[in-house]
Design a binder for this molecule. Structure first.
Ligand code: ADP
Length: 563
């Protein structure tokens, strides 16, 4: 589906340019559109900001009838509808907060649609006033019989073009964002067996994918290059986004000092830019918002978003953020899915997210317009307990991790650098970040690939034997030597239940005891960034991406990349 030309190819491109004012397709967009037009079931994994919406909005315009989009959040739906209406596309929403009258109106328009004779599968006339896209929350499918039977009429009239499931990883309990109502979407295939399904996600590790396929009752996946094969067409775009510059910075110990650091950072690098500061608790969001505003003497215009903020205020905040009244939103993860704002120039993490995938999603809200943006994690050792998933790896990542470890433990340094070269594109100097703009002699660059894997290996070995590893312990381990290899007996230190059977050789002297001496906190920050870098690369089962993670410690910067 990626290369071929189809009868609709010209029309797709024309509509993309005239309706959406987008010049060219990006990533696998065209392929997904083609598979959609061809009536296939599809799973498409594309990074946040990659442009998933276009993959169904464009075919929706070309097909007769209505495309049903299931989306988890009202704010996301509202943004999409506003966006579509701006382009003159007829889109409606049915959510828990849709009024009775509105629902009735939509129902009768849908029924009208169902009554209209099917004019064939391909309609290249002008956009008709019929509803082209209907957005619903998953509860509508799970709980509203009125809705599902109305939909049945539309289906019977051949007027339901396809069903799109946005944020489809929410169907799986193995993912980080499980939603019970999503699980109930399994009835879709039963109720409407002939309507093609498009499942979209930015994060779908192999186990989640498997779960998703089973839950949605889709056929096993086949590659997007196998258009003739039976099965669900699978597209996955690289998750590496080269405009995002990741950093882990040491977090000062007092709350005031954290605010001061963040304020200075924002004023120095991002004055007047839009950004998000993710905090762990509702209270933190309020304190940070107030702090940034006070410390900057009102120069940073902040807003607060968390689950307890009233719906009306949430909506108002969205508006103020979009029109620039509010520049920096201090939020919990409740501010998430589907923030359709392209020019988010920075995402700061006041505290580490609960999982790596969560971190990836949250930081991924920066730079959706493709311009350079910063993602900074403020890290301090006290946060280490929350990082256990980083250290131990998530259940999902472990098989993959084991495979990688096996690979690395047998690989010679030659094959390791060959591995690196294959991905050299991802490591090209960006020319914008601190590392690339500093004079080269002031930057320390280290290849810590092997070291990072060794750390993970030690951790894995100890964990497997029932021990527990904290980041602090790892940092001590790393700092404990000045150059050269050393052995570590596993068993999880004092807390370990038993002695590890294996002895793991580490050669981390280069990092912490070589030319650059690191303090304990800096070492921990370094470890965090190494672990993050590796998890982000490896748990997202894509081959062509890598994330640049930098650890800045005083004047020294480490570039953490494969080579
Ligand atoms: P996702 O849902 O994958 O996170 P969106 O569909 O919201 O991403 O798209 C992110 C942004 O990229 C939107 O502003 C959209 O208009 C823009 N966009 C999508 N496709 C393209 C493209 N091919 N070229 C340029 N911009 C695009």
């Amino acid at each position: 589906y990626m290369e071929e030309r189809f009868e609709w190819s010209g029309e797709l491109r024309a509509r993309m340019q005239t309706v959406f004012r987008i010049e060219n397709f990006r990533l696998c967009q065209e392929g997904v559109c083609n598979a959609n037009m061809d009536g296939r079931d599809i799973v498409c994994v594309m990074p946040t900001g990659g442009g998933k919406s276009l993959t169904y909005q464009l075919p929706a315009l070309l097909n007769p009838g209505c495309t049903l989009v299931i989306s988890p959040l009202i704010s996301l739906i509202t943004d999409q509808i506003l966006h579509l209406r701006e382009f003159g596309v007829e889109a409606v929403k049915l959510t828990g907060s849709t009024s009775k009258e509105e629902s009735r109106d939509i129902f009768s328009r849908m029924a009208m649609t169902a009554g209209i004779k099917n004019k064939g599968n391909y309609n290249n006339g002008p956009v008709s006033p019929e509803i082209k896209l209907c957005y619903v929350t998953p509860e509508k499918i799970a709980k509203s019989k009125t809705f599902t039977s109305m939909l049945e009429k539309v289906v019977n009239a051949g007027k339901l073009a396809r069903i799109v499931i946005d944020e489809a990883h929410c169907v799986s309990q193995l993912g980080h964002d499980f939603r019970p109502d999503y699980k109930k979407l399994s009835i879709l295939r039963q109720l409407y067996p002939r309507v093609p399904i498009l499942a979209l996600s930015a994060t779908c590790p192999p186990k989640v994918l498997k779960d998703l396929i089973t839950t949605l009752r889709l056929k096993p996946v086949v590659a997007c290059t196998a258009a003739n094969a039976d099965g669900t067409i699978y597209f996955s775009a690289p998750l590496y986004r080269k405009n995002l510059h990741y950093k882990v910075l040491p977090k000062p110990s007092s709350a005031g000092a954290v605010i001061k650091t963040m304020t200075e950072y924002i004023l120095d690098y991002h004055q007047g830019d839009s950004g998000i500061v993710y905090c762990l608790s509702k209270k933190d969001t309020e304190n940070v918002a107030r702090g940034l505003s006070e410390e900057s003497a009102g120069k940073i215009r902040t807003g607060v978003y968390h689950a307890d903020v009233h719906d009306r205020e949430k909506e108002a905040l969205h508006k103020r953020w979009h029109n620039g009244d509010v520049k920096v939103v201090c939020a919990t993860i409740a501010f998430g899915l589907g923030i359709d704002k392209g020019d988010v120039r920075f995402v700061l993490h006041h505290s580490m997210s609960k999982s790596v995938e969560g971190y990836y999603q949250e930081s991924g809200r920066a730079g959706r317009d493709g311009r350079d943006s910063d993602c900074i994690l403020y890290y301090r050792p006290q946060d280490a307990s929350r990082l256990s998933s980083l250290v131990c790896g998530e259940i999902e990542g472990q098989d993959k991790l084991q495979d990688m470890l096996r690979y690395f433990s047998t690989a010679s340094s030659l094959s390791m650098s060959a591995w690196g070269t294959a991905e050299s594109d991802a490591h090209a100097r960006c020319g914008h970040c601190d590392n690339c703009t500093r004079p080269p002699e002031s930057v320390e660059r280290r290849d810590v690939t092997l070291a990072a894997w060794q750390i993970l290996q030690v951790t894995q070995t100890i964990e497997r034997d029932g021990g527990r590893v904290t980041l602090g312990m790892l940092a001590d381990l790393v700092r404990g030597v000045g150059g050269g290899a050393y052995g570590v007996s596993g068993g999880g230190g004092k807390r370990g239940k038993g002695k590890a059977k294996e002895k793991v050789e580490l050669d981390l002297g280069e990092i912490a005891g070589g030319k650059v001496k690191l303090g304990k906190d800096e070492t921990e920050a370094l470890l965090v960034s190494m672990l993050l870098s590796h998890h982000l690369k490896e748990s997202f089962h894509s081959t062509a991406y890598a994330i640049n993670v930098y650890v800045l410690s005083g004047a020294n910067a480490f570039r953490l990349a494969r080579h």
